[in-house]
Design a protein around this ligand. Structure first.
Ligand code: GTP
Ligand code: MG
Length: 380
């Protein structure tokens, strides 16, 4: 229940998430029942505050508390939500194809490869494309941030810098909106909720550029590493490569999503442990459908047969899709807000010694102060 409440609070919007992950909510009631150990752990030990749990069987009749779930659902459906995903990896690794496969639509343009001159000029340029995807009345504003040029130059020194800058800029934007006197009811969320990092299927180990990138970015954003074009590896090569990557990640102290220290309870820990054991997912992407046993399936046709992208016996695309969209989408947003953004916020406030009395409009551009409250009713 506690876990569900936490997730639902996340869905309802950022304004209600501000308490942070670890904050519990103490309720002042008479002690009637003793708490289970888990329930006790969920409540802050505030001297003088007592809490009791009254379960359904102890109630005199139906109260209707559960109807709040429908209210939350209706609100979420009305407002929609944002999900911002960044793809990083050398050109031609199948980034656009994979994102299109994930959302079963053309959400990422094929080939953002910089031309020859741009490669020489040592630049990583960032491109964002947003789409509103609607499924069964639920609206999601999906923004895909592509990073063409990453790792493509002759000298890749500091090629992660524009990406770090972009991630931090989104936190800064959010922070400014949040601190503003005339706060919008819903702050537009452009923060990067997830960064998919594409590893080439070399079958060797992590390269220095992979280590440097993930070391830096792992501290500020949720990274999900994947082995790109996994159809080019045999089953044994894939298993060995995955194992070596896990060793390299651990040896270099690289944090990838989902991070052990942010598991909220034993159930989540068990689920996430299984995910951690199979990371990085070996994925295959495609934008073509083929007939297999009379069914249309997404796949890559080769001389030897069809590689079915969503078939777990063929590759781990389905595991990635389930993690990003079906099981952990809200958690990715929660971790972004409660962990990464929070770390940024604390650092910035300490750095600049900001406080509310210092927040005069003169320090901010005027247009920031003229937030139209009505336009922020919807996220999208
Ligand atoms: N074998 C194989 N080829 C793939 C896979 N995914 C994509 N491709 C092919 O690889 C080529 C490049 O794919 P893109 O999705 O454009 O790659 P990208 O990483 O977005 O490339 P840039 O935008 O140039 O950075 C295309 O010909 C795709 O059809 C895959 O999983 N396996
Ligand atoms: Mg691309």
């Amino acid at each position: 229940m506690e876990e569900r409440e936490e997730k639902e609070r996340g869905i309802m919007g950022q304004e209600q998430e501000d308490e942070g992950r670890k904050d519990g909510h103490a309720v002042n009631m008479n002690v009637q029942n003793s708490l289970t150990e888990k329930e006790e752990n969920c409540v802050d030990s505030v001297p003088g505050l007592q809490i009791s749990v009254i379960r359904g069987t102890d109630l005199f009749g139906y109260v209707g508390i559960e109807a709040v779930l429908d209210q939350m659902r209706r609100k979420t459906m009305k407002a929609g939500f944002e999900f911002n995903i960044m793809v990083v990896g050398q050109s031609g690794l199948g980034k656009s194809t994979l994102v299109n496969t994930l959302f079963k639509s053309k959400v990422s343009r094929k080939s953002c490869t910089p031309n020859y001159e741009e490669k020489i000029s040592k630049t990583v340029k960032l491109h964002s494309i947003s789409h509103i995807i609607e499924e069964k009345g639920v609206k999601m504003k999906l923004t895909v941030i592509d990073t063409p040029g990453f790792g493509d130059q002759i000298n890749n020194e500091n090629c992660w810098e524009p990406i770090v800058k972009c991630v931090n800029e989104q936190y800064e934007k959010y922070l400014r909106e949040e601190l503003h006197v005339n706060r919008k009811r819903r702050i537009p969320d452009t923060r990067v909720h997830c960064c998919i990092y594409f590893l080439p299927a070399t079958g060797h180990r992590l390269r220095p550029i992979d280590i440097e990138f993930m070391k830096r970015l792992g501290k500020i954003v949720s990274i999900v590493p994947v082995i790109a074009k996994a159809d080019t590896l045999t089953i044994d090569e894939r298993l060995e490569f995955k194992e070596r990557i896990r060793q390299d990640l651990a040896a270099n102290g690289i944090c990838v999503y989902p991070q052990r220290e942010y598991d909220e309870d034993p159930d989540e820990h068990i689920l996430n442990e299984r995910i951690r054991e199979s990371i990085p997912f070996a994925v295959v992407g495609t934008d073509k459908e083929h007939q297999v046993n009379g069914n249309k399936v997404l796949g890559r046709k080769t001389k030897w047969g069809i590689i079915e992208v969503e078939n777990v016996a063929h590759c781990e695309f389905a595991n990635l899709r389930d993690l990003l969209i079906r099981s952990h989408l809200q958690d990715l947003k929660d971790v972004t807000h409660n962990i990464h953004y929070e770390t940024y916020r604390v650092r910035r406030l300490n750095e600049s010694n900001m406080n509310f009395s210092e927040l005069s409009l003169s320090t901010w551009p005027l247009e920031n102060g003229t937030a139209d409250k009505s336009d922020s009713e919807s996220h999208l």
